[in-house]
Design a protein around this ligand. Structure first.
Ligand code: ADP
Length: 553
């Protein structure tokens, strides 16, 4: 034992000694000229520089066309690389500007490890500090494993080709998407989708979290970004996934240096892609509106794909996927559970099933019974800080409200297309959401504008029909604001009312609301049919909407 320690100590000193010697000899052999920075750029512009090796150290290493090696101060600015590349100068990136120093550090780490008598501890610790840990395997999962809306999946499928065969696009001069921003509530499958993209393209997957880049020491984040891209390039490309990009990509706050440097490093790396790089950066955020606009610009994260909460049918599919390997008793109805779990994310559904399985195991059962599910559901609804599941009443009122907008739109604005109707809140709207696409027009008639007010107030009018004047909810705040805007513009700008503009605005608003009420009163059956379909399915597309609206009567 004692002998072993002695041996290790001797070995450690030998390693350090050797490294010092190498460093000293290198220092003697090369004493390169130092170009001042302005001189360096003059030479670069004049074509006198052949290659530059960028590092994180004090100097850049420069090779002139005459074959001389020189140094120039590292400005630590982010646009240097692009400028050099534009001048046709070969740019390489050094891991560390002083290889001798690196050697010394490594030797130190090795010696430390030897002294501690553990082969790995010291070196592993050092590596952890220097770089973000990423696994770089090709995921097995594909888009079939992720349950998402057709729009989301289409947006993702669209990207596979660029990763698989960038050449086919480059040949036609098509600019490949560089960055993709997935946005939506937590636990909706954004990470899964990014992994599945790599899986489909048979490309390695590199995952990091925005938080990994935010460090106490300025500059560490930026160097981690560069390191990450270097790794991806070395692997011949892949999907780089940055979860919680908010940590570095939030709208400018109080001039945080570290965050800014990291962000700049990221943008520089992304603008350095060529059309033939098989690299795609996928970032995820819960809220698109908090992300710095600079990040979302053309040529950066310019593809935005929403990953929303699942609707009833999608929840059922998710429940099926996650019960594949769980024995579920016959008395358990997954469709019923799907219907009761409005506003649950995929991750919450998965957690609910897991909780139910734990409860079943605890009572020594062979199968998950209805009681286990019910208890897990109550625990999920009570113990979660996220919004509680939507109650059946809330869902019914929201469905009725959205159906009101749709019925008025269909009757009074027949040229509008109603593409989408949902009771699931999305980052685009409040409790429910109606997407109607209006035709482009330069001029609007008074009749059309009244119809627009009626369209906006159709939700409130439908609520009133269902619940009476005292039963209407606060869900119509946005609608009311829109209706008021149109009414006051009609009265004040376009002189479409009578008498005092304020009074006239109010009268116009009344006129619009009356039109909505009259319209719904005549179409009670269509309204009820649509509301019922919406309550059940939670999301309806154009065909289903028209079917409900145009049924008998
Ligand atoms: P996010 O990245 O949006 O926070 P994740 O992809 O990390 O969500 O989801 C966490 C887990 O929840 C997944 O591993 C999976 O088990 C489950 N899950 C979430 N969304 C889905 C979905 N759309 N389809 C199937 N499972 C899902």
């Amino acid at each position: 034992m004692k002998k072993g320690r002695l041996w290790r100590r001797a070995a450690a000193f030998a390693v350090i000694g050797a490294a010092l010697l190498v460093w000293y000899v290198r220092g003697q052999a090369e004493a390169p000229r130092v170009l001042d920075y302005a001189e360096f750029w003059r030479m670069a512009e004049d074509g006198e520089i052949e290659a530059v090796s960028l590092g994180e150290g004090e100097n850049w290493r420069v090779k002139t066309t005459e074959g001389e090696t020189a140094l120039t101060p590292n400005p630590r600015a982010e646009d240097g690389k692009e400028r050099l590349l534009r001048l046709g100068i070969r740019v390489t990136e050094e891991r560390n500007a002083a290889p001798g120093l690196l050697l010394l550090l490594l030797a130190g780490a090795a010696a430390f490890a030897l002294l501690r008598g553990s082969g790995a501890g010291g070196a592993a610790g050092l590596a952890k500090y220097a770089a973000v840990q990423t696994d770089r395997t090709i995921p097995e999962i594909t888009f079939r494993d992720v349950i998402a809306s057709p729009e989301t999946l289409e947006g993702m499928r669209d990207l596979v080709g660029f990763l698989r065969s960038p050449g086919a696009y480059a040949r036609l001069g098509a600019r490949p998407p560089r960055g993709v921003m997935l946005y939506g509530p937590p636990g909706t499958g954004k990470t899964m989708l990014a992994r599945a993209l790599a899986g489909e393209a048979k490309a390695p997957f590199f995952a990091v979290s925005g938080a990994d880049f935010v460090q106490v020491y300025v500059g560490v984040g930026a160097s981690r970004v560069r390191e990450l891209f270097r790794k991806a390039r070395k692997a011949g490309g892949g999907v780089i996934f940055i979860d919680e990009i908010d940590a570095i990509g939030k709208k400018r706050d109080s001039g945080n240096d570290e965050r800014e440097q990291t962000l700049n490093a990221l943008l520089t790396e992304m603008s350095g892609f060529s059309g033939l790089d098989r690299i795609m950066v996928v970032a995820a955020t819960n809220r698109l509106d908090t992300i710095d606009a600079a990040l979302l610009r053309e040529g950066r994260f310019d593809r935005h794909i929403e990953v929303g909460l699942p609707d009833a049918a999608q929840r059922l599919e998710i429940l099926r996927v996650h019960t594949r390997n769980k024995p579920v008793a016959r008395g358990v109805s997954l469709p019923d559970l799907a219907a009761q779990t409005a506003l649950f994310s995929g991750a919450q559904l998965e957690a609910l099933l897991n909780e139910a399985a734990i409860r079943a195991a605890r009572r020594g059962a062979d199968e998950i019974g209805p009681g286990d599910i019910e208890k897990a559901f109550c625990a999920a609804a009570a113990g979660d800080e996220r919004p509680t599941p939507m109650t059946a009443e809330e869902k019914a009122v929201t469905a009725w409200h959205e159906a009101g907008h749709a019925v008025v739109t269909h009757a009074l604005l027949p040229e509008d297309r109603i593409a989408y109707l949902t009771v699931i809140p999305s980052s685009r709207g409040a409790a429910g959401y109606t997407l109607s696409i209006q035709p482009d027009r330069l001029l609007h008639t008074r009749r059309e504008l009244i119809a627009r007010i009626a369209q906006a107030l159709g939700g409130r009018a439908a609520e009133e029909m269902l619940l009476g004047r005292d039963g209407v909810t606060t869900g119509a705040a946005g609608d009311l604001q829109r209706a008021r805007q149109i009414a006051s513009a009609m009265a004040e700008e376009w002189d479409m009312g009578e008498g005092d503009p304020r009074e006239a605005g109010r009268a116009i608003l009344e006129e619009g609301f009356a039109a909505a009420r009259a319209c719904l009163a005549q179409r009670k059956n269509a309204l009820a049919r649509l509301a019922e379909a919406l309550e059940e399915k939670e999301t309806l597309r154009e065909g289903e909407i028209l079917e409900a609206l145009e049924g008998e009567n």
